[in-house]
Design a protein around this ligand. Sequence first.
Ligand code: ADP
Ligand code: 2DT
Length: 212
Amino acid sequence: MSCRRGALIVLEGVDKAGKTTQCKKLVHALQQSGRAAEMMRFPDRTTQIGQLISSYLEKKSNLEDHTIHLLFSANRWELVPLMKKKLEQGITLVVDRYAFSGVAFTSAKPDFSLEWCKCPDVGLPKPDLVMFLQLNPSVAAERGEFGTERYETSTFQRTVQQRFEQLMKDPSVNWKVIDATKSIEVVHNDIKVLCENTLNTCENLPIGELWK
Ligand code: ADP
Ligand code: 2DT
């Protein structure tokens, strides 16, 4: 009998939409229901590449815009063998940001096309489900001040939001939009319902390739 694989589930959205909160709650709920589940996040700042990225985000170093884009992508690719291994072992991965953040953030900079930004991530393991936590920037602002990292300004985040909207028009990705203005518990329940459907349908399908 073949081992049923885990699902690759991604949460995306602008800053403070609730991604980290919801990833943690989802992993906990899946584990409580007896499923093997683990959380991952991108960038993964623990690797050597991740440390270069972290230093850039903290404004301790400057990197040319194409270079940092490729490093974010390399940070995903370096974790692909581990991700595939876990999925094949039946572990569901709940991922806080993925290639969609990569494209949305870089293409929010001047002179970067969506198409160019997608290229290095073509062929990554394709998420079975991408939930976009939709939150109006003015509501996000009520959730606290922006931090001091790069990209944490409301003008930049508005452009990022527009880029996400363009990416969500792509029917080859299983996008679901979640109303992130609701309470933490209500959002969590909405997410669980969507996941349940995905978990039941994907387990006998091979892992797909993103944007291919
Ligand atoms: P993200 O990972 O998208 O940046 P976080 O999960 O870190 O967002 O949440 C940002 C802040 O907003 C945290 O203080 C968190 O407690 C709060 N928060 C998250 N979800 C909600 C919600 N649905 N309603 C109100 N506040 C929320
Ligand atoms: P957090 O660690 O707070 O999520 O912030 N980013 C992320 C990119 O520019 N490209 C990427 O590929 C990814 C995954 C989004 C990380 C910041 O890095 C941005 C916010």
